[in-house]
Structure formats: C-alpha cells, structure tokens
Design a protein around this ligand. Structure first.
Ligand code: KPC
Length: 518
C-alpha cells in the first residue's frame, strides 16, 4: 500500500485523535526476520540511523509510539520553536519600525501566542506525513508506528502484538521536560514546550518563565515580542548555564542586554518559591538574589528548566547505566554498558541538538555494520534565537587568552575604546540593513578570535541574522587538523554583503606579518 502525502496526513491525524487506533505497519512479508538493529524510537536519531543502515545494506526496523516518524522535532520541539522564533524576529522588526518607512503602526492586538500555536498545529501534519512517506518510499526502511515498544531483552522487542528479533538494539526514546519541586505546578496556566502546543487554550497576557535554558530564552523572547510582558527567573546568569559552553562575554552582554532593551525582565540569581492560584495561575513567588521574596502576578507560567531522557524502561529491563543527570552512559561508538545495546540522541550526554541526534544514530549504525567509527561531540557549533539568531563556535576571547600567548580579535563594531558604537551602522548585511540605517545599535555583533602565533581562527561569535550556515562550515574548518588561518579565510570569495563579514575583515588584516586587532 503506497499512501500519498494527503493520505498519510489523514491516517496520522486519525491515529493521534483516537487512543485506540490501530498500529501502522510497514513490514516486509518474510517470516520472523532477524534485524540488524531494532531502533526503539523513530525520532531524528532513530530515523537517520535506520536510513543509514539500510543504505549500507543492513536491515533496520524502527518502532515508535507516535503514528509518525521524526519524533518530537516536528511535533513539539524544534519546528514550533523555529516558527515562534521567526515570528519573534518579525514582530521585533514590526515594533521597532512601527509607523516608520513602509511599516504600518504596530497593532499589538494582531500578535497572538495562541494564534501562532494554532498555526503550528494546523500545519505540523505535513512534516509528519512527509517523514512517513520518505522513510517508506525513498529510504525503504521498515517500521511499526502508533505502537509502544516493550523491550523483552537485548535481542527482543514486542510491539503491535508482534515479537521482533534483532542482533542489536538502538535506544532513541528521547527526553521530556524536567519538573522542579515547587508547589503549584499543577495549576492551569503552567506550561512547558510540550504542553504549550498541545494544551494552550487562552491568550496569555503576562508571563513568568522559570529557568534559564535555551528554551527559556527562545520562548521568552517570542512571548514578549507578541506583547505578553515576560519575566525570566533564572538561578544562573543567562547563557552561563551548564548546558552551554564557549559563550563569549561580549556576545552574552549584547544578547541579554538586547532582551532587557526590549523590556524583558531578567532576574538572575533568583529562585522560584511557589506558583500560586486557585485552579488557575495567579502569581509566582520568587526569592531574589538579595534574599527578598516578591510576588509576580501572571496568568501564564512557562517552564524552561531543561529536559531529562526517558530511560526508565531500558534501565529496568536491560540494566542500562545512567549518569548523575539521568543520561545514558555511552562511549563514542554509542555503545552502552550492555553489549549490543546502543543509545543515541537526547538519551546520552551532550547537547540536545539535531546534529548530535542524527549523527549518533548514524554512528551506532556504522559500528553495527562493522565500521570502527567514533563520534566525538565535545566540540560543536551552537546557536539560539532571541529576536536575533545567535551563533558561536570554538573558544571565547577569555578562553583563548587563558590558553594562548597572543590573541587577536577582529570584531564588529571594531575593537577600540571610545568609538561611538551606538551610531555606527555596522555590522550590516541581509537582515540588518534596515537596522543599520535606522537604528544602528540594533544591527548585531560579531567577533573572530585568532591565535596570533599560528594565525589560526580559534573562535567565532555572531549576533544577527543568517550566519548559521556559515557557522556549520566554520566549525568544520577550524576543527580540521590543519585549522583555518586568517590568510585562508581572507582569501575566500565573499558573497557581499555576507552576514558575518569574517572573510573581508580577515583580508584587511592578513597582509600584516604581525597581526593586530581590528
Ligand atoms: C523540517 C524537518 O526536517 C523537521 S522534522 C526532522 C525529523 S528528522 O528528519 O527525522 O530528523
């Protein structure tokens, strides 16, 4: 049976709506096959791992409780986050330019969190349908969906009333938001990124975010941009949480300062004490850094305290070992303490980001198929969104100065004291041209960190728009054994005006045998 995208969409929506709906089977017709691997979980890690295994000539099977492949990304996590972040960027622009140039007067009543959630819900089915269609028709991977997997032992999984045998298991059951232990989290009006899209049924007017994670910053910036005044309550300084590394202080100040400039309240060193109300949320009690306790009135609380992997079943049945943070302990081949059992994606340590999910799945498959491949994700490019796109890779200025004898900085606005930077219309490029000409202090920030002795780029940091693509390649280039020198970077062919300016700025300095800041 070959369903088209519309038919897939209908089947998935019907299955989601009915808890008693039938499993969805896409299986070859042979009797009792032994799979090279059963992937428990068909999110990004499981889907890419299985597709790669199939491409290598292996036989994978994916089992997932949801009626679609792709996991939380298209359903509740990355995709809605990107939709909301793009809305935040557009709303920010519409507010700054309200009644200027060709922009109409900003009408806050047109900016609605609920409407954006509904827009997402109305559209997410197309990604679901495509995942199922592509995996079946183009990638030729077998799967059982809409059926919870029960692991029997390390070679046996049951689902949809069937028993499946496999030489290996690959665990990719994802993660869920962490609840902290304070009273009131069961009140109506308390959400996390999952329940936001599944359950929001009113328009919030005032928001308190508990936690200082990427999710807290990203969703907070969106809520605030719609006109829902937002306070972030974070124990750590924003962007100084354990989950983030290599955050340059100048970049951090530009980003967090930018959030405050837009009217967000950011309480750092603050502890949530309780969420208060009768049935519905009314306020949040917060202990400030000074020790003083305050009540913040609100009708909307959003939890941004991080996520924890779903490991209980694998721990109970297989004795899988986890670390103090609940992450499965896996080596660089994604092997767990149980031979033949691999863990991937958000189950294991490291950033809960797409590249790690997909590549860890692929790494498990390539090892299962006989390759000796390690995936080291101790260094990687990172990003988040506020009303800006923020990207970084490699060392911060401070880290470089601690590690190297001579550190050269190339940045925009330039590295000089006393420059009238708020009026300097730089950086400017796609996405910041209007700001550069009209509100120059809003046009972003960028910094390149160079080892003066070897001339190699050791770090890059960017606030603006459109630099994410460049950072994928910068990450690869600077982490090659031969690295990337200012000379090589400065001899690349820039596509003017490129958002991060690093090519042309490097060229302005590369002629100097002894480098100096720019
Ligand atoms: C647009 C898009 O790719 C969203 S969902 C990705 C899920 S998967 O391809 O399985 O990593």
């Amino acid at each position: 049976m070959h369903l088209n995208l519309g038919e897939w969409n209908e089947l998935i929506e019907r299955s989601l709506a009915d808890p008693d709906s039938e499993p969805i089977l896409n299986l070859e017709r042979d009797e009792d096959p032994v799979y090279d691997a059963v992937f428990v979980g068909g999110g990004a890690g499981g889907r890419f791992g299985a597709a790669y295994m199939k491409a290598m000539g292996g036989r994978p099977l994916i089992i997932d409780a949801w009626p679609f492949l792709g996991g939380s990304c298209p359903h509740q996590a990355c995709v809605p986050h990107h939709l909301f972040s793009e809305a935040a960027e557009e709303l920010d622009r519409a507010r700054w330019f309200s009644d200027e140039l060709f922009y109409p007067k900003f009408d806050a009543s047109r900016a609605s969190i609920l409407e954006m959630v509904k827009l997402f819900l109305a559209g997410r089915g197309s990604a679901h349908a495509f995942m199922n269609w592509q995996t079946k028709e183009q990638l030729e991977v077998e799967y059982v969906l809409n059926a919870r997997a029960t692991i029997i032992d390390k070679n046996t999984v049951q689902a949809a009333g069937k028993t499946f045998k496999a030489k290996n298991l690959v665990l990719g059951m994802g993660a869920r938001p962490i609840d902290i232990d304070i009273p009131g989290l069961d009140l109506h009006g308390v959400f996390d990124f999952v329940s936001l899209v599944e359950e929001l049924d009113y328009e919030p007017t005032r928001c308190v975010i508990i936690g200082g994670s990427k999710v807290a910053m990203e969703y907070g910036a969106f809520f605030h941009a719609t006109g829902c005044d937002t306070t972030i309550v974070s124990r750590s300084q924003l962007m100084r949480t354990k989950a983030l590394h290599h955050v340059d202080e100048d970049l951090r100040q530009y980003v967090v300062g930018g959030m405050r400039k837009r009217g967000m309240e950011i309480l750092e060193g603050a502890h949530p004490v309780s969420v208060n109300g009768d049935e519905r949320v009314r306020s949040v009690t917060v202990r400030l850094e000074s020790g003083e306790e305050i009540d913040i009135e609100t009708d909307f609380v959003f939890m941004g305290t991080g996520e924890r992997p779903n490991t209980a079943h694998a721990q109970d049945v297989l004795g899988i070992e986890v670390n103090d943070y609940g992450r499965v302990i896996a080596n660089k081949r994604m092997q767990t303490n149980v031979p033949g059992v691999y863990a991937i994606g958000d189950m294991i340590d490291g950033p809960m980001e797409m590249f790690k999910a997909r590549k860890s799945g692929v790494t498990a498959s390539r090892n299962i198929m006989g390759e000796d491949l390690e995936f080291d994700f101790s260094e990687y490019p990172d990003f988040l969104h506020t009303t800006y796109e923020v990207t970084w890779v490699g060392l911060t200025e401070e880290e470089a100065k601690a590690a190297l004898d001579e550190v050269i900085i190339i940045q925009m606005p330039p590295y000089v004291e006393g420059l009238d930077t708020p009026n300097l219309p730089l950086p400017c490029a796609e996405g910041t041209m209007l700001y550069a000409f009209s509100k120059p202090e809003l046009s972003g920030f960028q910094k390149l960190v160079i080892d003066g002795a070897t001339r190699k780029v050791v770090g890059a940091h960017h606030v603006g728009y459109g630099a994410k693509d460049a950072f994928q390649y910068l990450d690869y280039l600077i982490h090659r054994p031969e690295g990337l020198t200012i000379d090589t970077l400065g001899w690349m062919n820039e596509l003017f005006l490129n958002p991060e300016h690093f090519v042309q700025l490097s060229r302005l300095r590369a002629g100097k045998s002894k480098l100096i800041h720019l």
